[in-house]
Design a protein around this ligand. Structure first.
Ligand code: BES
Length: 464
């Protein structure tokens, strides 16, 4: 049977696939820093060349930012299901560099404290290692059978880590070319080392920067103190007002569109082997700090939040300076659930701040992206297919989980292309994505490849 040969091919070629991943990690494709623009193009070209070598018609597509990679393979022919695979080849910056125990762009295979083998380096998990699991599955299929069981379009972005500015215009301009029966997105985690997971929900995100201005210059805090408006005080009070004593967000209308968790979902989550103490303990915490009366899983997967991500103003350098700053600023993000409307949340926040401004203060806002929450159906046939494929590969059956983070492309696939997504990833909670010493487990890389091979095979036989 050809699947067995494909799986054996993946096993036999694991070392070569690791070398390929190391080559890709070596290219420092940091999208947010213009100094690495050439490296981003190089990573895109590396992928297009690799896919062309497999028989895909692959090319780079220029955008105002970093190029997209689009590759097509006709697979078993026009009647075969058509899948659209999405991943991103760009990575996060590496600072603080001194905390890395090896060069972030010189990938190595090391043994972790628990004896597991792992691949280190920036992007090893997010998302180069993850996207290469799919490419390797395609490589083995083509090597063993001469083709793929599905028609496959691979779409790789180079701006995911910097807000995807070119994504929406690109999707609109290539709607027909990217059309497919289902999108496969590999940018999420497993439940634990033995248990694969399919994410059926993602939170949305609204990003806002708020700057409060008062005096026309920084002032002596003795000469003016007591008489002058202090924008840091004003900002701090407004930000503190965003939550009430029970941890609920106080913006008018904020909970419009927020439903209670359906019982079937609550039961699924209750059945997961989850320890609040371990989850918080991993981060050095012990007491859930969010909305009262909600479990931790509900807090991170099914409840909306307001978080201050950064705050700045006045003198924060060495020593001391007696000053009343002319301005104070904060970056605030809202995670959204169910049917919350990003535009309404942004408008409510802006009104909330503006109404609280005292005399002599003015406010400036800057928008940093907005996307609604995603809920994928629990009963689609493709979900059952995916659970079967994952269950055949891993020691434990696949679970369906929520996800507190956001992947805006998923909503745009649905909205602009009419394509639903299947979110399957092989990352682990301790992969240190976005942090120093990022790693990807060898089991994630190897069994991830085998999982995609099984899913492509099943979809080819059962449909997508
Ligand atoms: N891969 C992450 C999402 C993720 C986080 C998956 C943790 C699994 C575990 C994704 O690349 C990400 O970080 N998304 C951003 C999106 C934002 C910048 C628009 C997020 O959620 O903050």
């Amino acid at each position: 049977m050809s699947l067995e040969r494909v799986l054996a091919c993946l096993d036999a070629n694991l070392d070569q696939s690791v070398e390929r991943l190391k080559d890709l990690i070596r290219i420092p494709s940091i999208s947010t820093d213009p100094a690495y623009a050439d490296a981003c193009r190089k990573a895109a070209q590396w992928l297009a060349d690799d896919l062309s070598g497999l028989g895909f018609s692959a090319s780079l597509r220029d955008t105002p930012g970093h190029p997209m990679v689009v590759a097509h393979h006709d697979g078993a022919g026009p009647d075969a299901p058509h899948v659209l695979f999405y991943g991103h080849y760009d990575v996060q910056p590496v600072d603080p560099l001194e905390l890395w125990t090896s060069d972030p762009f010189e990938a190595t295979v090391v043994t972790g404290p628990d004896g597991s083998r792992r691949i280190t380096g920036r992007g090893s998990a997010d998302d180069k290692g993850q996207l290469m699991t799919f490419v390797e599955a395609c490589r083995a299929f083509i090597a063993e059978t001469g083709t793929l069981p599905c028609r496959v379009t691979i779409f790789l972005e180079g701006e995911e880590e910097s807000g995807s500015p070119s994504l929406i215009p690109f999707l609109d301009a290539h709607r027909d070319e990217l059309a497919a029966d289902i999108a496969l997105v590999c940018d999420t985690n497993m439940w634990d080392r033995d248990t694969p997971a399919i994410a059926t929900g993602l939170r949305g995100l609204v990003g806002e920067e708020v700057i409060i201005h008062a005096a026309s210059m920084d002032l002596h805090s003795g000469y003016y103190g007591g008489a002058a408006a202090n924008p840091i005080h004003v900002l701090a009070r407004i930000l503190a007002d965003l939550h009430d004593a029970d941890g609920r967000v106080t913006l008018p209308g904020f909970y419009d569109g927020v439903a209670e968790l359906p019982d079937e979902v609550r039961n699924l989550w209750n059945a997961l082997d989850f320890s609040e103490a371990d989850f918080l303990g991993t981060a050095g915490l012990s007491v859930p700090a969010g909305e009262k009366g909600r479990s931790v899983l509900e807090q991170v997967w099914a409840r909306p939040t307001a978080e201050v991500n950064g705050i700045e103003g006045g003198y924060t350098g060495k020593g001391f300076k007696t000053v009343i700053a002319a301005q104070a600023r904060a970056k605030v993000s809202f995670r959204l659930v169910f049917d919350q409307d990003p535009a309404a949340v942004r408008a409510s926040f802006r009104a909330f701040v503006t109404e609280r401004l005292p005399a002599d203060c003015r406010v400036e806002f800057h928008e940093h992206g907005g996307s609604g929450a995603i809920q994928l159906p629990f009963d689609s046939p493709v979900l059952a297919t995916a659970r079967q494929a994952l269950g055949d590969e891993w020691p434990k059956p696949a679970v369906m989980i929520g996800m507190g983070g956001s992947i805006p492309v998923v909503g745009e696939f649905k909205r602009r292309l009419g394509v639903s997504s299947l979110l399957i990833g092989f990352g682990l909670g301790d992969d240190r994505i976005h942090s120093p010493n990022e790693k990807y487990e060898m089991t994630s890389f190897h069994k991830g490849q085998r999982s995609w091979a099984r899913l492509l095979d099943l979809m080819g036989r059962q449909g997508a």
